[in-house]
Ligand binder design. Sequence first.
Ligand code: ZN
Length: 318
Amino acid sequence: MRDQAALVAGVDVGGTNIEVGLVGANYEVLDRAKADTPTSGPDAVLDTIEHLVRSLDDEPAAVGVGIPGVVYEGEVLTVPNLSNWDGPVDLVAILGERLGVPVALGNDAGVGLLGEWLAGSAVGARNVLGLWMGTGIGGGLILDGRPFAGARGAAGEIGHVIVRAGGALCRCGRRGCVEAYAGRRSMESTVSTMIDAGRTTTLYDIRARAGKSALTSKVWARALAGGDMLATELFDTAVEAVAVGVASAINILDVERVVVGGGLAEKLGQHLADRIAEAAEPWMLQPHPELRFVAAALGDDSGVIGAAALGRELVTLR
Ligand SMILES: [Zn+2]
């Protein structure tokens, strides 16, 4: 029989999917469930999380949730990449009440990095920058051997580091952010603008063949592998923007490891981490001699495992 207290559910809320895993004490994922992320707002997202957690093989002793937004003291303050999510939501209280177990909450990229730090490609490192490339660009920090969230939970937002003053419009409403050049949603609107301007690309054909409605990481990876010119140009621009942002962060924080995760890293793997490392090199002042850029090792599971670890703290501290 499984030790009930050792089982914790980790919930990874993404722009496209919500993934839930039942995680054991050694970070092993024992059961999983998944659904599309609802677009009608927080109520539907909470319903889906509740349903997915209840569908697991065993009842967890606690639940941890990673969400793509700014999180502070159990509340989700803003979630720019989820539709119809406007104001703060007291997710910990609502979900805790409904599920009858303690609930912990963190930013999705921070939680993904936590998973990689505990059980993936950042194990043993004391200072780590996480860079999560997907619908948006998320980030997380481990500093001095501890997760670092900042004064109000908003630290590590590498996607909104400005790399070009007055540059492209970002989804956060400001201009010149890394995400405006390297976030998949921003890149997709750039593709549409370029096509309107007369450029051609295989991206839309690949998207149709894959049966997708958006230019997913898989679609980008296939277009790049096929040598699509427009995809290659936009990807080069994305890598450059990310590299400038990451190098600036390294100049401030002096981390010894950069973990590249998210959908794009899953598809492109270490190649993506190597490209960013190479492009960042000229912008770094005095990098650690053993600084390494590595692809996330746990894939989709980094978010689930990291979120479960947050939940586990609630039951082990008792
Ligand atoms: Zn921004």
